[in-house]
Design a protein around this ligand. Structure first.
Ligand SMILES: Nc1ncnc2c1ncn2[C@@H]1O[C@H](COP(=O)(O)OP(=O)(O)OP(=O)(O)O)[C@@H](O)[C@H]1O
Length: 298
């Protein structure tokens, strides 16, 4: 792994991302409601929540794919522009839940595409292929190869992206995102479909990215991965932030367990009430498991 790829390193503790009151509505559906979240430099922050909780929608609000119905997102103090390529240029890069590579381009070319926001050479320079273009191209290739080495794909630089195994395609997505030299990297389910070894390697990779001075915000359903990795974890449930804290705090919060089990987390009946209901049902001869509508109670 090389460590000299240029990035904008924020002083430790500086607020890199500051999302305030972010709400996203689709017609009558509020997918994200009044969510506040900060990420500081040097941090890895996790965003978890059951399916449909609004995690990806929130990511889309951070990266200019969606313009939030309400709220504001700042990166290093500046309000983000409402266009995804401008957000990338500002310093936020992301990967997607469903891999989005250029399948018929080589591994190296995919990373070079990711560098375009950092290339100063304009259209005519590229068309005329003058000395400026060749110099810029050589620098870009060098940087791209450093990134491939960083993620462990340098030997596959000339392979077509579509021929990579799934785990390596995910690594390539990360390399391409890093090519834009971000100060904040958003990872949407980076270990989806990975085996335990690949997941462990991804964990190491994310630590290495943080050590390069890039803050990380990660969505993931693999709880072991999240709790090993993150300095802080925020839990979204039905679009709202339910809990935020370090791994131990979040793991120990009963509301989080209840949310994942689909149980009500406020005014939930205690053991005594449950025992009373079961006793009454037994007396009435109603088989508990076959109670009508039981599955809909959750
Ligand atoms: N473009 C859209 N138009 C309408 N509804 C949407 C749109 N995008 C998301 N939703 C809805 O918003 C809610 C939140 O979805 P979202 O994909 O953000 O959840 P998630 O937490 O990322 O889920 P998962 O873990 O399954 O990926 C869901 O009810 C979803 O159907």
């Amino acid at each position: 792994m090389t460590t000299d790829t240029t990035t904008t390193v924020a002083p430790t503790g500086e607020t890199v991302l500051d999302a305030r009151g972010v709400t996203m509505r689709f017609g009558g559906l509020t997918a994200v409601r009044d969510v506040n979240l900060t990420v500081n430099s040097g941090e890895i922050v996790g965003l978890i929540g059951p399916n449909g909780a609004g995690k990806t929608t929130f990511f889309n609000c951070l990266t200019g794919l969606y313009i939030p119905t309400e709220g504001e997102v700042r990166y290093k103090g500046n309000v983000l522009p409402p266009k995804s390529f401008k957000v990338t240029a500002a310093g936020i890069a992301r990967t997607f839940q469903n891999i989005r590579l250029f399948a018929n381009m080589t591994v190296l070319e995919n990373v070079l595409v990711g560098r375009h926001t950092r290339t100063k050479e304009g259209f005519w320079s590229a068309v005329l292929r003058g000395p400026g273009f060749h110099k810029a191209e050589a620098t870009s290739r060098e940087r791209a190869m450093e990134l491939l080495e960083f993620v462990g794909l340098e030997k596959k630089a000339e392979h077509l992206a579509r021929n990579l195994p799934y785990g390596e395609q995910r690594k390539l997505e990360i390399a391409r995102a890093l090519a834009s030299e971000p100060g904040l990297l958003l990872l949407d389910e980076p270990t989806a479909g990975m085996n335990p070894q690949e997941t462990r390697a991804t964990e190491e990779l994310v630590f290495a990215i943080r050590d390069k001075g890039i803050a990380v915000l990660v969505i993931e359903h693999d709880m072991r991965f999240i709790f090993n990795l993150c300095d802080r974890v925020a839990v979204l449930v039905q679009g709202e932030k339910l809990v935020e804290g370090d791994s131990a705090t979040v793991q120990g919060d009963e509301r989080v367990v209840a949310a994942y089990l689909g149980e009500p987390f406020e005014n939930a009946p205690g053991d005594e009430e449950v025992a009373e209901v079961e006793a009454a049902e037994a007396q009435a001869g109603t088989p508990t498991d076959a109670a009508p509508g039981k599955e809909n109670d959750r």
